[in-house]
Every structure is written in structure tokens, then in C-alpha cells.
Design a binder for this molecule. Structure first.
Ligand code: NAD
Ligand code: TDX
Length: 358
């Protein structure tokens, strides 16, 4: 296989760390460069097991730093970008939308323009290059409580500042293909869960709170529906699509695994209580119905038949198994959670940077 040099952005975050791990281990002949600003969501402990691999390099950089990204792409002769860096939490986007426009829109544009300048200035041009943008199902808006699914043809209709910023970035990526001929791909994925997810998102937050016997804030009536996919299945899809997906295409990725929040929460409580040795139902009393999220999308559900039929991908981890693995991971990695709760992980990030100064 040809030697490739690939930038993965946002590799210190949740999904990015699983993608980096998969690529570093599966493709020892590739040069994998993790570009991450290390915002509150970036945690280098997520990648401790691959940090010393010879085909891996971490670069602390803001994707909005166009000059820095361009220099890095030229120095490393980058021929592929897998772009995950983003502000990713809907609640934060409601409170601080500017950061979302800056990173998700301007940051994506900065990466696209750096790739354009870098690739157009080399002899082979866009040949053998690929810019792969990771996006979300939330750009499609919200579904009714029926059997409809988001397909690749569903019109964009984002509601939150987060999904609006992701929608905008998706449009910029497609514009770079249509205008300049850049070989781009966009994928839109449903809710991910698994190890290393920052404990602000529903599943890790609730596992963490049950562990501490703290209250479980259910937004509204808990009737909203999400389609959950185990994070390693998303990483496998990204691998498949990066290598075999058709340029200028969009692929939807989903788990075909819809859960009403309140039903999911009751299952989480059951599994965590079982692992903690509590009697069944012990932590049900922690449920607290709170004011609904503003603009809370009713239902997301993905039709991933294009990806399944064209590239043969399908989820491999059944939900019961995935949730059990996830709960066990958080309970067995209490120190990882504690470091985030105390803020210690940011000190550890800085220590890593000091030790690895070039
Ligand atoms: P995350 O919040 O866990 O991680 C984001 C990472 O990006 C962090 O390491 C952070 O430090 C880095 N980052 C943020 N701003 C940056 C900047 N300006 N420059 C460089 N790095 C920066 O996110 P996640 O949940 O792993 O999501 C990754 C991607 O997948 C995002 O693009 C998100 O929109 C998309 N996505 C997420 C889900 C999900 O369920 N989590 C579902 C579908 C799509
Ligand atoms: O405390 C909570 N209580 C609650 O009821 C939290 C954090 C969430 N919720 C609800 C809101 C949603 O209906 O649970 C559901 C899931 O919430 P999040 O984990 O915040 O995910 P969501 O808003 O669905 O967005 C996620 O999936 C798509 C990711 O955060 C996005 O990055 C991704 O694009």
C-alpha cells in the first residue's frame, strides 16, 4: 500500500481518539498526524496507548491557524485530511454560539484553504488526495415520532447553533469540490457512545452521576429519540469510507438503534447498578425531570443503506454489548473520570507537551 501522510483533526477528543488508534495500529506504514487544539474536550490520556508509536505525531494547533496548518501540510507532505475537530456539545452551543461558528465554520474553511493551497502547488495536484469531513445527522433537523429516516437526500434544516455551524461547514466542503475540484467526502453520523466520551454527553454523564449517586437531569419529558452507534463502529466506517468511498459523495452512518431517552436512561441505571452491586432499581430515584433544552430536536434516525450496500459496512457491536462495555469502561477507569471532574487532565496534557517538546 502506498505511503500516506494523513492529518486527523480532533484526535484528542472522543471519536477522533478512536479513529487515530485504529489508523495508527492498522496502518503502520502511514504517517498519522493528530492536530488538536486541546480545548476542554481534548484529553491526551485518550491516546496514551499509541503516543509512542513511530507512525504517530501529535501537534497542538488550532485549525483556525491557517498559516500553521498550511506549513504543517507542506512539511509533512500531507495527502489526506480526516477532519473531526469541532465544538460538539449542543448545550454549549446554546450558551456560547460564537465559538461554534469560529471552530466549526472558520476552522473548517481554514483547513480547506490550506489543503487547496498545498495540493494545488504540488506536481500531482489533487490526484491521490482526499479531504474527508466528519459531520452529524443533526444538520437534517428533527424527525416526527414516526418511521421516517434521514437519507442523503434529506434537506438540511438545522435548529441549534451547533447543527447550524456543522451544516455550514458541510456546505463549504462541498463548495471546495464543486468550485476547485478538491476530492472531498462528507459523512453524517448519528449519536455515538463508548469509552472516552467527555462526561457532558448523556451516556457518560449519567454513568458518572450514578457512580457518584448524583441526580440525573432528564430534559423535558425524556421522550426525545436518538439513534445510537458504538464509537468503534463509527471509526470502522470512517476507515472504509476514507479508503473506498466515492469522491464528492455523502454517506449517512447510523446504528439503526433508536431509543427514547427515558427508556435508555432506565437501561443505563440498570446496567450501572448491576455492575456496582446495587439492588435493581436502586438508582431510579436519581432521575430528575428538568427544564427542556431550548429547540430540543424530537427525533434523529439514520438510513445508512447507501453505505451498507455500496461499501459493505454495518454496525458490529450490538447495543446491549456496547452499553455493557461502555459502563464497564467508565467504572474501571474511575481515574480518567476523576481527572476530568477535577480538571487534572489539563495539567497532564501540559505535562505531556513539556515532555515531548521538539
Ligand atoms: P469532542 O468534543 O469529544 O472532541 C473534539 C476535539 O476537537 C477535541 O479534542 C478538541 O480539543 C478538538 N478541537 C476543538 N476545537 C478545535 C480547534 N479550533 N482546533 C483544533 N482542535 C480543536 O467531539 P466528538 O464527539 O469526538 O466529535 C468529533 C466530530 O464528530 C465532530 O466534528 C462532531 O461534530 C462529529 N460527530 C459527533 C457525534 C457524537 O455523537 N459525538 C456524532 C456525529 C458526528
Ligand atoms: O443531561 C442531559 N439530559 C438529557 O436529557 C443531557 C446531556 C442530554 N439529554 C438529552 C438531550 C438529547 O435528547 O439526551 C439526548 C442526547 O444528548 P447529548 O448527549 O447532548 O447528544 P445530542 O444533543 O443528541 O448530540 C450528540 O449527537 C450528535 C452529540 O453531542 C453531537 O456532537 C452529535 O453531532
Amino acid at each position: 500500500m502506498a505511503k500516506r501522510s494523513i492529518i486527523i483533526t480532533g484526535g484528542a477528543g472522543f471519536i477522533g481518539s478512536h479513529v487515530v488508534r485504529l489508523f495508527v495500529n492498522k496502518y503502520p506504514e502511514y504517517n498519522i498526524i493528530n492536530v488538536d487544539k486541546l480545548t476542554y474536550a481534548g484529553n491526551l490520556a485518550n491516546l496514551a496507548d499509541v503516543a509512542d508509536k513511530p507512525n504517530y505525531r501529535f501537534v497542538k494547533m488550532d485549525i483556525c491557524d491557517f498559516e500553521g496548518v498550511l506549513r504543517l501540510m507542506q512539511e509533512e507532505r500531507v495527502d489526506g485530511v480526516i477532519h473531526l475537530a469541532a465544538e460538539s456539545h449542543v448545550d454549549r452551543s446554546i450558551a456560547e454560539p460564537f465559538t461554534f461558528a469560529q471552530t466549526n465554520v472558520m476552522g473548517t474553511l481554514s483547513l480547506l484553504q490550506a489543503a487547496k493551497v498545498c495540493w494545488e502547488s504540488c506536481a500531482e495536484g489533487y490526484s491521490g488526495k482526499r479531504f474527508y469531513h466528519i459531520s452529524t445527522d443533526e444538520v437534517y433537523g428533527a424527525l416526527e415520532f414516526d418511521n421516517t429516516l434521514f437519507t442523503e437526500q434529506t434537506s438540511y434544516n438545522p435548529h441549534s447553533p451547533y447543527s447550524a455551524s456543522k451544516a455550514s461547514s458541510d456546505h463549504f466542503v462541498r463548495a471546495y469540490h464543486d468550485t476547485y475540484g478538491m476530492p472531498t467526502i462528507v459523512t453524517n453520523c448519528s449519536n455515538n457512545y463508548g469509552p472516552n466520551q467527555f462526561p457532558e454527553k448523556l451516556i457518560p454523564l449519567f454513568i458518572s452521576n450514578i457512580r457518584q449517586q448524583k441526580s440525573l437531569p432528564v430534559y423535558g419529558k425524556g421522550e426525545n429519540v436518538r439513534d445510537w452507534l458504538y464509537v468503534e463502529d463509527h471509526a470502522r466506517a470512517i476507515d472504509t469510507i476514507f479508503h473506498n468511498g466515492r469522491v464528492a459523495q455523502t454517506y449517512n452512518i447510523g446504528g439503526s438503534n433508536e431509543w427514547r431517552n427515558i427508556d435508555l436512561i432506565k437501561v443505563i441505571i440498570k446496567v450501572v447498578d448491576r455492575h456496582l452491586g446495587n439492588a435493581e432499581g436502586h438508582s431510579l430515584g436519581l432521575i430528575e425531570y428538568v427544564t427542556d433544552r431550548l429547540g430540543h430536536d424530537a427525533r434523529y434516525a439514520i438510513d445508512s443503506s447507501k453505505l451498507r450496500n455500496e461499501l459493505g459496512w454495518e454496525p458490529s457491536v450490538q447495543f446491549e454489548e456496547g452499553l455493557d462495555r461502555t459502563v464497564r469502561w467508565y467504572l474501571e477507569n474511575g481515574a480518567w473520570l476523576e481527572d476530568i471532574i477535577s480538571g487534572n487532565y489539563q495539567r497532564r496534557n501540559n505535562e505531556y507537551l513539556e515532555e515531548n517538546k521538539r
